[in-house]
Design a protein around this ligand. Structure first.
Ligand code: TXA
Ligand code: MG
Length: 324
Protein backbone atom coordinates (compact mmCIF):
# COMPACT_ATOMS: atom_id res chain seq x y z
CA UNK A 1 0.00 0.00 0.00
CA UNK A 2 1.11 3.55 -0.77
CA UNK A 3 -0.05 6.85 0.60
CA UNK A 4 -1.15 8.45 -2.65
CA UNK A 5 -0.20 12.11 -2.95
CA UNK A 6 -1.46 14.65 -5.52
CA UNK A 7 0.93 17.51 -6.34
CA UNK A 8 2.94 19.48 -8.84
CA UNK A 9 6.46 18.46 -7.79
CA UNK A 10 8.08 17.36 -11.08
CA UNK A 11 11.44 16.61 -9.45
CA UNK A 12 9.70 14.17 -7.14
CA UNK A 13 7.80 12.58 -10.02
CA UNK A 14 11.04 12.19 -11.97
CA UNK A 15 12.80 10.61 -9.01
CA UNK A 16 9.98 8.15 -8.39
CA UNK A 17 9.96 7.12 -12.06
CA UNK A 18 13.75 6.67 -12.02
CA UNK A 19 13.32 4.38 -9.00
CA UNK A 20 10.88 2.20 -10.96
CA UNK A 21 7.75 3.54 -9.24
CA UNK A 22 4.52 4.60 -10.97
CA UNK A 23 3.27 8.17 -11.34
CA UNK A 24 -0.06 9.28 -12.81
CA UNK A 25 0.48 11.97 -15.47
CA UNK A 26 -1.90 14.50 -16.99
CA UNK A 27 -2.28 14.54 -20.76
CA UNK A 28 -4.64 16.42 -23.07
CA UNK A 29 -6.67 13.23 -23.64
CA UNK A 30 -6.98 11.41 -20.29
CA UNK A 31 -4.65 10.88 -17.31
CA UNK A 32 -2.06 8.13 -17.82
CA UNK A 33 -0.55 5.69 -15.34
CA UNK A 34 3.15 6.02 -16.15
CA UNK A 35 6.20 3.90 -15.51
CA UNK A 36 9.66 3.45 -17.04
CA UNK A 37 8.88 1.78 -20.38
CA UNK A 38 12.23 -0.01 -20.43
CA UNK A 39 11.98 -1.49 -16.93
CA UNK A 40 10.09 -4.76 -16.79
CA UNK A 41 9.41 -4.39 -13.05
CA UNK A 42 7.78 -1.00 -13.56
CA UNK A 43 5.75 -2.41 -16.46
CA UNK A 44 4.59 -5.30 -14.30
CA UNK A 45 3.48 -2.77 -11.64
CA UNK A 46 1.32 -0.99 -14.24
CA UNK A 47 -0.51 -4.20 -15.14
CA UNK A 48 -0.97 -5.03 -11.46
CA UNK A 49 -2.21 -1.56 -10.35
CA UNK A 50 -4.80 -1.48 -13.14
CA UNK A 51 -5.63 -5.17 -12.91
CA UNK A 52 -5.06 -5.20 -16.66
CA UNK A 53 -4.76 -8.39 -18.72
CA UNK A 54 -1.12 -8.88 -19.81
CA UNK A 55 -2.13 -9.45 -23.42
CA UNK A 56 -3.25 -5.84 -23.75
CA UNK A 57 -0.19 -3.81 -24.88
CA UNK A 58 0.86 -0.34 -23.66
CA UNK A 59 1.50 2.98 -25.41
CA UNK A 60 5.01 4.46 -25.07
CA UNK A 61 4.98 8.23 -24.50
CA UNK A 62 7.89 10.36 -25.70
CA UNK A 63 8.68 14.08 -25.71
CA UNK A 64 9.76 14.59 -29.31
CA UNK A 65 10.03 13.02 -32.74
CA UNK A 66 13.77 12.51 -32.12
CA UNK A 67 12.90 10.36 -29.10
CA UNK A 68 10.31 8.52 -31.16
CA UNK A 69 12.95 7.54 -33.77
CA UNK A 70 14.87 5.62 -31.09
CA UNK A 71 12.12 3.07 -30.49
CA UNK A 72 11.09 2.25 -34.05
CA UNK A 73 12.70 0.64 -37.09
CA UNK A 74 11.28 3.14 -39.54
CA UNK A 75 8.78 5.99 -39.76
CA UNK A 76 6.88 5.95 -43.10
CA UNK A 77 6.50 9.27 -44.93
CA UNK A 78 2.74 9.40 -44.37
CA UNK A 79 3.33 8.97 -40.64
CA UNK A 80 5.79 11.88 -40.70
CA UNK A 81 3.09 13.97 -42.32
CA UNK A 82 0.66 13.09 -39.53
CA UNK A 83 3.30 13.83 -36.89
CA UNK A 84 3.91 17.21 -38.49
CA UNK A 85 0.22 18.10 -38.32
CA UNK A 86 -0.99 16.45 -35.12
CA UNK A 87 1.88 15.79 -32.70
CA UNK A 88 2.20 16.66 -29.91
CA UNK A 89 -1.49 15.76 -29.77
CA UNK A 90 -4.19 13.12 -29.31
CA UNK A 91 -2.88 10.58 -31.84
CA UNK A 92 -0.87 7.36 -31.40
CA UNK A 93 1.20 5.69 -34.12
CA UNK A 94 1.65 1.93 -34.45
CA UNK A 95 5.12 1.39 -35.92
CA UNK A 96 7.57 -1.51 -36.30
CA UNK A 97 9.38 -1.67 -32.96
CA UNK A 98 13.13 -1.58 -32.50
CA UNK A 99 14.90 -4.32 -30.52
CA UNK A 100 15.21 -2.19 -27.40
CA UNK A 101 11.43 -2.07 -26.82
CA UNK A 102 10.55 -4.83 -24.31
CA UNK A 103 8.11 -7.51 -25.47
CA UNK A 104 6.05 -6.80 -22.34
CA UNK A 105 5.18 -3.36 -23.76
CA UNK A 106 3.86 -4.70 -27.04
CA UNK A 107 2.42 -7.96 -25.69
CA UNK A 108 4.57 -9.82 -28.19
CA UNK A 109 3.56 -7.78 -31.25
CA UNK A 110 6.22 -6.53 -33.67
CA UNK A 111 4.62 -3.07 -33.59
CA UNK A 112 4.90 -0.52 -30.80
CA UNK A 113 2.38 2.26 -30.08
CA UNK A 114 3.98 5.71 -29.68
CA UNK A 115 2.51 9.05 -28.72
CA UNK A 116 3.73 12.59 -28.00
CA UNK A 117 1.14 14.02 -25.60
CA UNK A 118 0.30 17.74 -25.71
CA UNK A 119 0.39 18.68 -22.05
CA UNK A 120 3.12 21.16 -21.05
CA UNK A 121 3.85 19.56 -17.67
CA UNK A 122 4.08 16.03 -19.03
CA UNK A 123 6.15 17.16 -22.01
CA UNK A 124 8.58 18.80 -19.62
CA UNK A 125 8.75 15.59 -17.59
CA UNK A 126 9.26 13.42 -20.70
CA UNK A 127 12.04 15.66 -21.95
CA UNK A 128 13.84 15.41 -18.62
CA UNK A 129 13.88 11.59 -18.58
CA UNK A 130 16.34 9.14 -20.13
CA UNK A 131 13.56 6.66 -20.95
CA UNK A 132 10.06 6.67 -22.52
CA UNK A 133 7.00 6.36 -20.29
CA UNK A 134 4.65 3.43 -20.72
CA UNK A 135 1.23 4.79 -19.82
CA UNK A 136 -2.23 3.30 -20.19
CA UNK A 137 -5.19 5.34 -18.99
CA UNK A 138 -4.99 5.68 -15.19
CA UNK A 139 -8.17 3.76 -14.32
CA UNK A 140 -8.85 0.24 -13.12
CA UNK A 141 -9.06 -1.88 -16.29
CA UNK A 142 -12.46 -1.66 -18.00
CA UNK A 143 -13.73 1.44 -16.18
CA UNK A 144 -14.24 4.95 -17.60
CA UNK A 145 -10.91 6.77 -18.18
CA UNK A 146 -9.95 9.56 -15.74
CA UNK A 147 -10.00 13.18 -16.89
CA UNK A 148 -8.98 14.77 -13.57
CA UNK A 149 -6.54 14.01 -10.76
CA UNK A 150 -9.51 13.26 -8.49
CA UNK A 151 -10.76 10.58 -10.90
CA UNK A 152 -7.32 8.95 -10.76
CA UNK A 153 -7.36 9.13 -6.96
CA UNK A 154 -10.79 7.50 -6.80
CA UNK A 155 -9.60 4.52 -8.84
CA UNK A 156 -5.99 4.06 -7.72
CA UNK A 157 -5.73 5.45 -4.18
CA UNK A 158 -3.22 3.34 -2.23
CA UNK A 159 -1.88 1.65 -5.37
CA UNK A 160 0.54 4.37 -6.53
CA UNK A 161 2.67 6.96 -4.71
CA UNK A 162 2.10 10.10 -6.78
CA UNK A 163 -0.40 11.84 -9.10
CA UNK A 164 0.76 14.95 -10.95
CA UNK A 165 -1.92 17.64 -10.80
CA UNK A 166 -2.42 18.93 -14.34
CA UNK A 167 -6.00 20.20 -14.34
CA UNK A 168 -8.84 18.65 -16.29
CA UNK A 169 -8.05 17.08 -19.65
CA UNK A 170 -8.90 19.38 -22.57
CA UNK A 171 -9.78 16.73 -25.15
CA UNK A 172 -11.36 14.22 -22.75
CA UNK A 173 -11.24 11.20 -25.09
CA UNK A 174 -8.29 8.86 -25.59
CA UNK A 175 -5.98 9.27 -28.56
CA UNK A 176 -6.84 8.06 -32.06
CA UNK A 177 -4.65 5.04 -32.90
CA UNK A 178 -3.34 4.67 -36.45
CA UNK A 179 -1.21 2.07 -38.20
CA UNK A 180 0.22 1.95 -41.70
CA UNK A 181 -0.32 -0.85 -44.18
CA UNK A 182 0.19 -1.09 -47.96
CA UNK A 183 0.51 2.67 -48.18
CA UNK A 184 -2.80 3.15 -46.33
CA UNK A 185 -3.51 4.76 -42.98
CA UNK A 186 -5.45 2.28 -40.83
CA UNK A 187 -7.45 3.75 -37.96
CA UNK A 188 -7.59 1.17 -35.14
CA UNK A 189 -9.20 3.30 -32.41
CA UNK A 190 -11.35 6.39 -32.85
CA UNK A 191 -10.31 9.21 -30.53
CA UNK A 192 -9.27 12.84 -30.16
CA UNK A 193 -8.31 13.39 -33.83
CA UNK A 194 -11.19 12.69 -36.21
CA UNK A 195 -10.99 10.62 -39.39
CA UNK A 196 -11.99 13.71 -41.34
CA UNK A 197 -8.98 15.60 -39.96
CA UNK A 198 -6.65 12.72 -40.87
CA UNK A 199 -8.09 12.51 -44.40
CA UNK A 200 -7.63 16.22 -44.89
CA UNK A 201 -3.85 16.02 -44.50
CA UNK A 202 -3.13 12.59 -46.07
CA UNK A 203 -2.51 11.94 -49.72
CA UNK A 204 -3.24 8.23 -49.16
CA UNK A 205 -6.31 6.12 -48.42
CA UNK A 206 -7.58 6.14 -44.82
CA UNK A 207 -9.45 3.02 -43.68
CA UNK A 208 -11.26 2.20 -40.46
CA UNK A 209 -10.40 -1.17 -38.95
CA UNK A 210 -11.80 -1.47 -35.46
CA UNK A 211 -11.10 -5.16 -34.93
CA UNK A 212 -13.34 -6.58 -32.20
CA UNK A 213 -12.39 -10.17 -31.81
CA UNK A 214 -8.63 -10.08 -31.34
CA UNK A 215 -7.64 -9.28 -27.77
CA UNK A 216 -4.42 -7.54 -28.89
CA UNK A 217 -6.23 -5.02 -31.06
CA UNK A 218 -6.40 -1.51 -29.61
CA UNK A 219 -9.10 -0.53 -27.14
CA UNK A 220 -11.28 -3.45 -28.09
CA UNK A 221 -11.73 -5.40 -24.91
CA UNK A 222 -15.19 -6.43 -23.85
CA UNK A 223 -17.16 -3.86 -21.86
CA UNK A 224 -14.46 -1.21 -22.03
CA UNK A 225 -14.96 2.36 -20.79
CA UNK A 226 -17.97 1.04 -18.85
CA UNK A 227 -19.94 2.49 -15.97
CA UNK A 228 -21.01 0.11 -13.19
CA UNK A 229 -24.61 1.13 -13.80
CA UNK A 230 -26.50 -0.16 -16.80
CA UNK A 231 -26.06 2.19 -19.76
CA UNK A 232 -28.28 2.09 -22.84
CA UNK A 233 -27.11 3.80 -26.02
CA UNK A 234 -29.84 4.84 -28.42
CA UNK A 235 -33.03 6.82 -28.81
CA UNK A 236 -33.78 8.26 -25.35
CA UNK A 237 -37.56 8.32 -25.74
CA UNK A 238 -37.70 4.73 -27.03
CA UNK A 239 -35.50 3.46 -24.22
CA UNK A 240 -37.59 5.39 -21.67
CA UNK A 241 -40.56 3.22 -22.61
CA UNK A 242 -38.69 0.12 -21.40
CA UNK A 243 -37.99 1.64 -18.01
CA UNK A 244 -41.13 2.63 -16.15
CA UNK A 245 -40.57 3.32 -12.48
CA UNK A 246 -36.79 3.65 -12.80
CA UNK A 247 -34.81 6.78 -12.02
CA UNK A 248 -33.08 7.80 -15.22
CA UNK A 249 -29.75 9.51 -15.91
CA UNK A 250 -29.49 11.18 -19.32
CA UNK A 251 -26.49 11.99 -21.48
CA UNK A 252 -27.47 14.10 -24.44
CA UNK A 253 -25.70 16.27 -26.98
CA UNK A 254 -27.67 19.53 -27.10
CA UNK A 255 -31.29 18.54 -26.41
CA UNK A 256 -32.84 18.93 -22.98
CA UNK A 257 -35.43 16.17 -22.59
CA UNK A 258 -37.05 17.62 -19.42
CA UNK A 259 -37.90 14.22 -17.96
CA UNK A 260 -39.13 14.52 -14.40
CA UNK A 261 -37.14 12.97 -11.56
CA UNK A 262 -34.14 12.41 -13.86
CA UNK A 263 -30.57 13.71 -13.79
CA UNK A 264 -29.74 15.16 -17.13
CA UNK A 265 -26.37 16.14 -18.63
CA UNK A 266 -26.62 18.17 -21.83
CA UNK A 267 -22.98 18.01 -22.96
CA UNK A 268 -23.01 21.02 -25.26
CA UNK A 269 -26.00 23.33 -25.38
CA UNK A 270 -24.51 25.10 -28.40
CA UNK A 271 -23.84 21.86 -30.30
CA UNK A 272 -20.04 21.65 -30.16
CA UNK A 273 -18.75 18.08 -30.45
CA UNK A 274 -15.38 18.94 -28.92
CA UNK A 275 -17.09 20.48 -25.89
CA UNK A 276 -19.29 17.37 -25.60
CA UNK A 277 -16.23 15.09 -25.81
CA UNK A 278 -14.42 16.95 -23.07
CA UNK A 279 -17.39 16.60 -20.71
CA UNK A 280 -18.37 13.01 -21.54
CA UNK A 281 -16.32 10.95 -19.07
CA UNK A 282 -16.98 13.30 -16.12
CA UNK A 283 -20.70 13.10 -16.79
CA UNK A 284 -20.58 9.29 -17.05
CA UNK A 285 -18.76 9.12 -13.70
CA UNK A 286 -21.16 11.56 -12.02
CA UNK A 287 -24.18 9.57 -13.15
CA UNK A 288 -22.51 6.34 -12.07
CA UNK A 289 -22.04 7.79 -8.57
CA UNK A 290 -25.55 9.29 -8.40
CA UNK A 291 -28.74 7.51 -7.35
CA UNK A 292 -30.06 6.90 -10.87
CA UNK A 293 -30.94 3.30 -11.77
CA UNK A 294 -30.08 3.43 -15.47
CA UNK A 295 -28.08 5.75 -17.74
CA UNK A 296 -29.53 6.59 -21.15
CA UNK A 297 -27.15 8.06 -23.71
CA UNK A 298 -28.33 9.24 -27.08
CA UNK A 299 -26.63 8.73 -30.44
CA UNK A 300 -24.36 11.67 -31.14
CA UNK A 301 -24.01 13.02 -34.70
CA UNK A 302 -22.06 10.46 -36.73
CA UNK A 303 -19.30 12.87 -37.80
CA UNK A 304 -15.98 14.16 -36.47
CA UNK A 305 -15.57 13.61 -32.73
CA UNK A 306 -19.20 12.43 -32.63
CA UNK A 307 -17.97 9.10 -34.07
CA UNK A 308 -15.45 8.77 -31.21
CA UNK A 309 -18.11 9.64 -28.61
CA UNK A 310 -20.50 7.04 -30.10
CA UNK A 311 -17.68 4.47 -30.07
CA UNK A 312 -17.08 4.96 -26.33
CA UNK A 313 -20.79 4.88 -25.53
CA UNK A 314 -21.29 1.72 -27.61
CA UNK A 315 -18.48 -0.01 -25.70
CA UNK A 316 -19.88 1.12 -22.35
CA UNK A 317 -23.40 0.06 -23.27
CA UNK A 318 -25.45 -3.06 -22.77
CA UNK A 319 -25.92 -5.04 -24.92
CA UNK A 320 -22.43 -4.26 -26.13
CA UNK A 321 -22.27 -4.79 -29.88
CA UNK A 322 -18.53 -5.50 -29.53
CA UNK A 323 -19.10 -8.30 -27.00
CA UNK A 324 -19.65 -11.06 -29.51
O1 TXA B 1 -4.92 8.98 -25.02
C1 TXA B 1 -4.38 7.91 -24.78
O2 TXA B 1 -4.04 7.14 -25.69
C2 TXA B 1 -4.16 7.54 -23.31
C3 TXA B 1 -3.14 8.53 -22.73
C4 TXA B 1 -2.76 8.18 -21.33
O3 TXA B 1 -2.03 8.62 -23.56
N1 TXA B 1 -3.71 6.20 -23.20
C5 TXA B 1 -4.52 5.14 -23.40
O4 TXA B 1 -3.92 3.93 -23.12
O5 TXA B 1 -5.67 5.24 -23.72
P1 TXA B 1 -4.76 2.58 -22.97
O6 TXA B 1 -3.73 1.55 -22.60
O7 TXA B 1 -5.85 2.77 -22.07
O8 TXA B 1 -5.22 2.29 -24.42
C6 TXA B 1 -4.24 2.03 -25.41
C7 TXA B 1 -4.76 1.09 -26.43
C8 TXA B 1 -5.07 -0.27 -25.84
O9 TXA B 1 -6.37 -0.63 -26.23
C9 TXA B 1 -4.06 -1.20 -26.46
O10 TXA B 1 -4.64 -2.43 -26.80
C10 TXA B 1 -3.60 -0.45 -27.69
O11 TXA B 1 -3.71 0.90 -27.39
N2 TXA B 1 -2.19 -0.73 -28.01
C11 TXA B 1 -1.10 -0.37 -27.34
N3 TXA B 1 0.02 -0.88 -27.90
C12 TXA B 1 -0.38 -1.58 -28.98
C13 TXA B 1 0.29 -2.36 -29.96
N4 TXA B 1 1.61 -2.51 -29.95
N5 TXA B 1 -0.46 -2.93 -30.92
C14 TXA B 1 -1.81 -2.80 -30.94
N6 TXA B 1 -2.50 -2.08 -30.04
C15 TXA B 1 -1.80 -1.48 -29.07
MG1 MG C 1 -7.67 2.57 -21.24
Amino acid sequence: MYTTEIGTDLAKAKQLLEQGELVAIPTETVYGLAGNGLDSNAIAKIYAAKNRPQFNPLILHVGSIEQMEKWVEVIPDVCRLLIQHFSPGPITYLLPKSDQVPELITAGSSRVALRIPAHPVTLQLLNSLEFPLAAPSANPSGYVSPVSSQHVFQGLNGKIPYIIEGGSCKIGLESTIVGFQDNKVVVHRLGGISIEEIKAVCNTEVVLQLAHAQPTAPGQLKSHYATKKLLLHGDIKENMLLLTGKKIGILSFNTNYHISNSIEYVLSTNGSLSEAASGLFSAMRSLDQSDVDVILAEFFPDEGLGKSINDRLARAAYPNKYDR
